[in-house]
Each structure stands twice: as structure tokens, then as C-alpha cells.
Design a protein around this ligand. Structure first.
Ligand code: ADP
Ligand code: ASP
Ligand code: MG
Length: 407
């Protein structure tokens, strides 16, 4: 039995008209396979509204209740869409995570999928041609509802495709595919026909929200080809797939940016073994993700440590740093929220040198100051003042020859 998994994002299910387009894609999917599993997001703006509601009700909303609340956005979209399918004479039903079940750990707000009952899904498919599944949500062993983190419906879809051995997972959104950079901020961005899992992983983790990072991790691990397409066009989209030699020939394939960054510096810490552990241990215990880290060379037995965290985690980070500064004897704590990071990504970097130097030179020419740098095998990330981020994206896009041209 050929099963196609199709995921539709918030704008695709926002209105009745948009859902009619989704209906066309699902009908088309049924022509290409025996069964379709449609994984839906909440209607555009709903998840934000529900999160704001929780903040209106409580200064510190309970995380488990918050997940149960926020997950209702998807319950609305799947039921409304299933009504349209049934009106069109298609054998369909909606499914919430606990009805499958999709089991997760109990890390509310960013839960990880542990298992999906594929046998149960297959038995539902004996009675229905289309299953409409709520994305973004799971449930714990003790039957509490969880959510997978913002943008998590992509992960629900790819994970379902993986357990059902689907030949491909289609992610329908509001752009024609994965672009060399966010097409909404750079008009010369080009759509890519194919992108390697590793490049997509870096792009997603560096801020390109077109795919949720864990969805790419799943796709890579279980070798699920993912096709990113638009609900509103017939473009074949972008295939996220295994790397091949033609991809390596391209030095930089994409530029990503992330404004959700805050920089923290601990000044004049004693430069002794255990200092970094004393700083980062408590952060990791609280589940705070640290992104870039720089430690200065020793000066009179003292050193500075600078790192970045997500802006929403800054208050908790600063609170922890005050305790740590008292314990370690750091001279002061500095922070800055007006920062953002830009990254150049490409598997071609593995075999080429000089990419970083070209990026630095291009930014310097425009008078953009570099605050922090980090590199991996296939990525260079540069922290800059937030006000320059869009300019920096366009400069790097141009520098690495990614701009759209007629030939
Ligand atoms: P959905 O609600 O369908 O999941 P998202 O808003 O999560 O859609 O993701 C699609 C958006 O991702 C696009 O509208 C675009 O602004 C943004 N984006 C960022 N970087 C890229 C990129 N490199 N290619 C395509 N889209 C990108
Ligand atoms: N509705 C959730 C969100 O807005 C999940 C998703 O859209 O993927 O983050
Ligand atoms: Mg999304």
C-alpha cells in the first residue's frame, strides 16, 4: 500500500479558500498513491493567540496546561478540513496525537517524539482513504498532551512518514520551496531544486524557519526524502535529500539569519580549570540552549566568556549568571539584545578554503562590525548588530554568487 504524507502549514489552512487549495493537493495526492495522511498546523496566527492568552491568564503559565491549551489550534484546523473532505465524498477522519498515539517525553513545549503506533495508523487506513492528523502535538506515557516546539508540525509529518516507510514526505507552505535565503527579505533569492540534509540542518538551526530542525534530523536519520512545495502553485518545489557530488561543487548554497539572539558576557572570571563548567553546567541543567561561545585569552589570570542564548531565555540566564558571578568572583555581567546572527552554509566548504575571509571582507566593506564568529565544517556564523542583519544577508548572498540572474 502506497502512503503519501503531506503536511500543510498555517497559511495553507488559514481560511476556507486556502483549505480548498489544500483539498486539491490531497485529491492530487490520492491519484499518486493509495492513501494520504494530511498533517496540519493550526490556522495562521492561532498558536500565537493561544500563547498570548496563557500569558494574559498567568505570569508563569503552567507548562503542561500551556501545551494542552496551545495544541487546540490544530484540533480546530483538522476538524474543519475533515469536514471539507467528507463534503467532497472522500472517506476521511481527523486524529489527535493521543488517538494514534504519538508518544513523547514530558519536556513540555519542546517534547521529543519517542514512538508512533504505525500498526494503529495502518488499521485506521483500512477504513479511511485520508487521515487528517494534528501536527505539533504528542502525549506522554501518563496521557498528558505535549507540543514539539514552534514549527513542530513539520516534525510530526516527517516522523509519520518515517514510521510508515513513505517514499516521500511533502511539506506544503507559502513559498515555492527552499530558497538560497529567506525570499521575504531578499528579492534576489533563488529557489533550489535540491538541498542536502546537512545543509538543510544547518539552515534550519541557523534560523531558516521553512523547516523545523527536528524534521530534518528525522529525515536524515531515516532517509526520508522531503519535498518542500507551495500549496498555492504547481511548482515541483525543493527536494531535501542525500548529498551528491554536484552539491559539493557549490561553495555556499544558502544564507540564513536569526534575530532571536541575546549576547551575555561574564567579565574577568578566574582563568582556572572548572570555570567554563561552572558557567555552562547550570545553564544546561535548566535546559537553556547556548549557541555561540567565545572565551578570551588569559589576562593576569583572568578571562572573559561571551555566549548567546535565545532572547526569551535571557532573564533566566541573567538570574543564573548573577549566582555564578558571586560564586566564581566574575567582575561584571554584560548583555545585549540588539544582536542577530547571519550564516553562510554549504557542503562545498568542506573542500574549499577562504570562505570565511571573503565573508568578513564583504561585511567590512559595508562597515558592518563583527561581534562574534563561529564555524563548523559546512557553515560560518557571524554575530552582528541586529540593525544590519538584512543588509548583511543581501551582501553575503551577492558575494557568494547566489543572486538570481537571467542566464
Ligand atoms: P508554515 O506555516 O507553512 O510552516 P513557515 O512560516 O513556518 O510556514 O515557513 C515558511 C517561511 O519560511 C517562508 O514564508 C519564509 O519567510 C521563511 N524562510 C526563511 N528562510 C527561508 C528559505 N531559505 N527558503 C524558504 N523560506 C524561508
Ligand atoms: N502551530 C504550531 C506553530 O505555530 C506548529 C506549526 O505550525 O508547525 O508553531
Ligand atoms: Mg513552519
Amino acid at each position: 500500500m502506497k502512503i503519501l504524507v503531506q503536511k500543510f502549514g498555517g497559511t495553507s489552512v488559514a481560511t476556507r479558500d486556502a483549505m480548498q487549495k489544500v483539498l486539491n493537493k490531497v485529491t492530487d495526492g490520492l491519484k499518486r498513491s493509495d492513501k494520504v495522511i494530511a498533517v496540519l498546523s493550526a490556522r495562521a496566527g492561532e498558536t500565537n493567540k493561544l500563547l498570548a492568552l496563557a500569558d494574559e491568564w498567568s505570569m508563569t503559565p503552567d507548562s503542561a496546561e500551556c501545551d494542552a491549551l496551545v495544541s487546540t489550534g490544530e484540533q480546530v484546523s483538522i476538524t474543519l478540513f475533515t469536514m471539507l473532505l467528507k463534503d467532497a465524498g472522500i472517506r476521511a477522519r481527523s486524529l489527535l496525537s493521543w488517538q494514534i498515539p504519538i508518544k513523547t517525553d514530558s519536556d513540555f513545549g519542546r517534547a521529543r517524539i519517542r514512538s508512533i503506533d504505525s500498526g494503529n495508523l495502518r488499521s485506521y487506513l483500512e477504513s479511511y482513504d485520508v487521515l487528517v492528523i494534528a501536527g505539533f502535538q504528542g502525549c506522554t506515557e501518563d496521557k498528558r498532551i505535549t507540543t514539539l516546539g514552534r514549527g513542530g508540525s513539520d516534525t510530526s509529518a516527517v516522523a509519520i512518514a518515517a514510521v510508515l516507510d513513505s517514499a516521500e514526505c511533502e511539506i506544503y507552505t507559502d513559498v515555492d520551496g527552499v530558497y538560497t535565503t529567506d525570499p521575504n527579505i531578499c528579492s534576489s533569492a533563488r529557489k533550489m531544486d535540491r538541498v542536502a540534509y546537512d545543509e538543510m540542518l544547518e539552515m534550519a538551526s541557523m534560523g531558516a524557519k521553512v523547516l523545523h530542525i527536528r524534521s530534518v534530523e528525522f529525515a536524515k536519520k531515516y532517509k526520508v526524502p522531503v519535498r518542500v512545495r507551495s500549496t498555492f502553485s504547481d511548482d515541483p518545489g525543493t527536494l531535501v535529500t542525500q548529498e551528491d557530488s554536484s552539491m559539493e561543487a557549490v561553495l555556499v548554497s544558502g544564507i540564513a539569519y536569526d534575530k532571536d539572539q541575546a549576547r551575555v558576557t561574564l567579565r574577568a572570571l578566574p582563568d582556572v580549570p572548572g570555570t567554563a563548567a561552572a558557567v555552562f553546567g547550570p545553564l544546561s541543567e535548566k535546559g537553556i540552549l547556548v549557541d555561540m561561545i567565545v572565551q578570551n585569552t588569559s589576562n593576569d589570570g583572568h578571562t572573559d566568556i561571551t555566549f548567546t542564548v535565545s532572547r526569551k531565555e535571557l532573564p533566566q540566564t541573567l538570574e543564573l549568571m548573577h549566582t555564578i558571578a558571586d560564586k566564581t568572583g566574575a567582575a561584571e555581567i554584560l548583555h545585549d539584545v540588539n544582536v542577530a546572527k547571519v550564516s553562510a552554509i554549504g557542503v562545498g566548504m568542506r573542500n574549499h578554503s577562504g570562505v570565511a575571509a571573503r565573508a568578513f571582507a564583504a561585511l567590512t566593506q559595508e562597515g558592518i562590525n563583527i561581534l562574534m564568529i563561529s564555524t563548523s565544517e559546512i557553515k560560518i556564523t557571524i554575530l552582528i548588530q541586529e540593525k544590519y542583519v538584512e543588509l548583511a544577508v543581501r551582501i553575503l548572498h551577492d558575494t557568494f554568487g547566489l543572486d538570481w540572474s537571467i542566464d
